[in-house]
Design a protein. Structure first.
Length: 303
């Protein structure tokens, strides 16, 4: 038996309005994985998803580990994994991305292989075709990613996220599967709507870099996914309207939902409490967290 390893992987929010499948931001909310070589494949899950995540070979971490060993040309020696989940599942906070990266990084670490972020991501794309949670969860910070249909190649840049902005996530107690949230999107968009998004996505990057926070509200507007997904989220539009009245700088659907993301310089708690009350009136339990940007991404830690 070898040593026990501990891997910490951050949550992430993605899309951030106009940057559909492009923008991602790592958050200070984590899943941790403790790994040791064992006689059989086994997983223990604690925290979020403990009651319904598979603990056998169907577990996403294990599936990714085994596939990564194949891709890397090494033996898939059995491992025991203790998975402690702080990230709620199916809420657009990148929970699956943590398990996918975990499996790959473990396969490399146990075999003494050093992989570049691009090499890790190439294997990750076997399991998830969108880069926008994988990239920030791997490298931390605010990320801009580009991929091409049919290719495993990913191009990305990582920027620091401004410390002046608080990141509020309003998390309702219902899950939205990414596949379902993609199924409601039109296959074709008009040139007018494509231009609308290019303008705003570009503006968002510049506004964050130059700390021109008054532009954020316009920069997170989007025509490609939020107008269609807002309906799945129930409270998105009314929450957005009220959060802006309370001083929020940006309100957007986190990934494919169900979480709503807010950037704000003020009243974060009040906005969060309003959101929880709003959902309560609809009979939907919800909670909020005020987070920061994670700067490091996935990392090995001391047990
Ligand atoms: N960008 C994806 C979507 C979610 O909005 O469907 C994260 O991969």
């Amino acid at each position: 038996m070898g040593e026990r390893l501990k891997l910490v992987v951050p949550a992430s929010t993605s899309n951030l309005g106009a940057g559909f499948d492009t923008f991602g931001l790592a958050l200070t909310l984590y899943n941790t994985f403790e790994i040791e070589e064992s006689n059989a494949f086994e997983v223990e899950v604690y925290g979020e998803g403990a009651d319904n995540l598979p603990t056998d070979i169907n577990n996403l971490f294990l599936r990714t580990y085994i596939r990564a060993c194949q891709e890397l040309g090494v033996e898939d020696r059995p491992i025991r994994v203790v998975q402690k989940n702080g990230i709620p599942l199916g809420r657009g906070l990148g929970s699956s991305a943590t398990a996918i990266l975990g499996g790959i990084l473990t396969a490399a670490e146990l075999n003494g292989l050093k992989l570049s972020p691009k090499e890790v991501l190439e294997i990750a794309f076997v399991f998830e075709s969108h880069p926008d949670n994988l990239v920030p969860a791997l490298v931390g910070g605010f990320t801009i990613s580009a991929t091409e249909e049919g290719s495993k190649e990913v191009y990305f840049e990582r920027l620091e996220f401004p410390e002046e902005l608080q990141i509020l996530v309003l998390i309702p107690e219902f899950e939205i599967l990414t596949e379902e949230a993609r199924a409601v999107l039109p296959a074709m968009v008009s040139l007018k709507d494509a231009v609308f998004n290019i303008q705003r996505a570009s503006l968002l990057v510049a506004a964050l870099v130059r700390k021109d926070f008054d532009l954020l509200r316009v920069a997170v507007e989007d025509k490609l996914h939020q107008p269609f997904r807002g309906k799945l989220l129930h409270g998105f539009e009314p929450f957005k309207e009220e959060a802006y009245k309370m001083g929020a700088d940006a309100v957007f659907i986190s990934g494919s939902g169900s979480t709503i993301g807010v950037f704000t310089r003020k009243n974060a708690d009040e906005i969060g409490r309003f959101g929880v009350e709003m959902y309560k009136k609809m009979g939907i339990p919800a909670r909020y967290e005020i987070l920061e940007a994670d700067k490091e991404g996935a990392r090995w830690a001391k047990i």
